[in-house]
Design a protein around this ligand. Structure first.
Ligand SMILES: *[C@@H]1O[C@H](CO)[C@@H](O)[C@H](O)[C@H]1NC(C)=O
Ligand SMILES: *[C@@H]1O[C@H](CO)[C@@H](O)[C@H](O)[C@H]1NC(C)=O
Ligand SMILES: *[C@@H]1O[C@H](CO)[C@@H](O)[C@H](O)[C@H]1NC(C)=O
Ligand SMILES: *[C@@H]1O[C@H](CO)[C@@H](O)[C@H](O)[C@H]1NC(C)=O
Ligand SMILES: *[C@@H]1O[C@H](CO)[C@@H](O)[C@H](O)[C@H]1NC(C)=O
Length: 373
């Protein structure tokens, strides 16, 4: 083949690829739908990044201000000064914020339920409230709802609602962190496959029970969390140009690459399902690296914490310790980190905007098109 023909062929292939992507995305988007005219229903699974009050309800934690102060403006059980990423995603669908499954009073499950719980990991799988337990809770919830409806009573969601709902999974931060806290990098990464197998099992269990729309998040820039940065170190050789820990971030990137591949694999097996993977690492890393773009001036320091610069994080004296309200910063919108582990409402808004852009998703489906097509 002549060089010119080879170049033409390469160009033709490139054009075909470019054309194929949007049409694939369109075909997928057509499946990313619910019943015509129905309200969107969302079920969420995960950890404190997504917990809208489940752990506080389950444990009876009397969270105090300044939690919630920037929006609600009282503590709601969210570990944040305001809304979480999941809250902004619900706003984009024009539905109410998700009630925690374990919250007995004031809950309304007509547009879904939130099974995400602070501290949750994938492993060990049978402890409260690991991902597997959250999925079992979902199946229990579904069976009770359908049972009520079959008795002619008010069940919050019917069979169609469960089938057409969107299932969001955002978990892995606690698994990856625990592994890196306890093992050197290579050994920690070698323990990722069983964690990923739990996420796979969760999707397969939901799928075999009729779920068809999945939205799966990768983990964040763990090496930029004040909680990790405040761990005493011998020297700064593990810090990158933004002051984040390279080892934790490398592990997060490796975990996300494996999770993205898992989603590819599930997508090829479950042809009638919609499986979107969004990589939150570049989103959350960008908040630090390009913090001025978002109006943040203290990317590595907590707003609500103790100990002062550079991280304002003291593991023995956290955001909810007595007197912490006095220690909280005046303006949380200048901070990425709320309490050393969780992001501020301002940072969560930026994360949600990046998810909504579809730029970090595969396939590049618009989140807010769910139930609109
Ligand atoms: C959102 O809901 C409100 C009332 O609940 C309604 O007035 C409005 O039209 C809805 N917007 C969209 C884009 O569906
Ligand atoms: C629950 O939420 C739905 C939708 O947001 C609303 O129509 C309904 O009135 C709410 N139910 C109660 C008891 O507040
Ligand atoms: C639903 O999931 C449970 C738990 O994995 C499983 O035992 C059951 O067979 C599934 N139901 C259906 C209808 O596939
Ligand atoms: C920095 O600490 C690491 C281990 O934490 C060590 O391997 C490295 O040699 C140290 N570098 C310097 C310049 O002391
Ligand atoms: C910072 O922003 C620039 C310009 O948008 C972008 O190219 C770069 O990837 C960002 N850096 C990180 C670490 O996200």
């Amino acid at each position: 083949m002549s060089a010119a023909r080879a170049a033409l062929l390469a160009l033709a292939l490139a054009v075909t690829t470019v054309l194929a992507l949007p049409s694939e995305a369109t075909a997928a988007a057509n499946r990313f739908s619910c019943r015509a005219g129905a309200r969107p229903v969302v079920f969420a699974f995960g950890d404190s990044n997504t917990d809208t009050g489940g752990m506080a309800a389950a444990a009876g934690w009397p969270l105090m201000r300044p939690e919630g102060r920037a929006f609600f403006p009282r503590p709601t059980g969210r570990f944040c000064d305001g809304r979480l990423t999941i809250d902004f995603l619900c706003e984009s669908l024009n539905i109410s914020y998700l009630s925690p499954y374990l919250k007995a009073l004031g809950s309304n499950y007509s547009n879904g339920a939130n099974f995400a719980i602070a501290g949750a990991a994938t492993l060990p799988r049978d402890v409260r409230f690991a991902l597997h337990i959250q999925v079992m809770q979902f199946l229990y919830f579904r069976d009770r709802s359908l049972e009520l409806i079959s008795q002619g009573l008010n069940g919050p969601i019917d069979a169609q609602g469960f089938q057409n709902a969107l299932y969001i999974i955002d978990i892995g931060q606690n698994d990856v962190n625990a592994l890196l806290d306890n093992y050197p990098y290579d050994q920690a990464v070698a323990k990722f496959p069983p964690v990923l197998a739990e996420i796979k099992d969760a999707v397969q269990t939901l799928y075999s029970n009729g779920s068809r729309n999945f939205w799966i998040h990768g983990t964040g820039a763990l090496g930029c969390l004040p909680q990790k940065l405040a761990i005493p170190r011998k020297n700064d050789s593990d810090l990158d140009q933004y002051g984040c820990l390279k080892t934790y971030n490398r592990a997060a990137v490796t975990f996300n690459a494996a999770l993205g591949s898992l989603c590819d694999q599930l997508r090829s097996q479950m042809k009638d399902a919609m499986i979107v993977y969004t990589d939150l690492f570049p989103i959350k890393y960008d908040l630090i690296a390009n913090h001025t773009k978002y109006g943040f001036d203290k990317p590595l320091m907590t707003c609500c914490g103790n100990g002062g610069p550079p991280y304002n994080y003291d593991p023995k004296k956290g955001c909810q310790s007595p007197g912490a309200a006095l220690a909280a910063c005046d303006d949380g919108s200048k901070f990425v980190s709320w309490d050393g582990v969780h992001l501020t409402q301002a940072a969560n808004a930026a994360v949600a905007a990046a998810i909504l852009s579809s730029q970090y998703s595969k396939p590049q489906i618009m989140f807010d098109q769910f139930c609109r097509v």
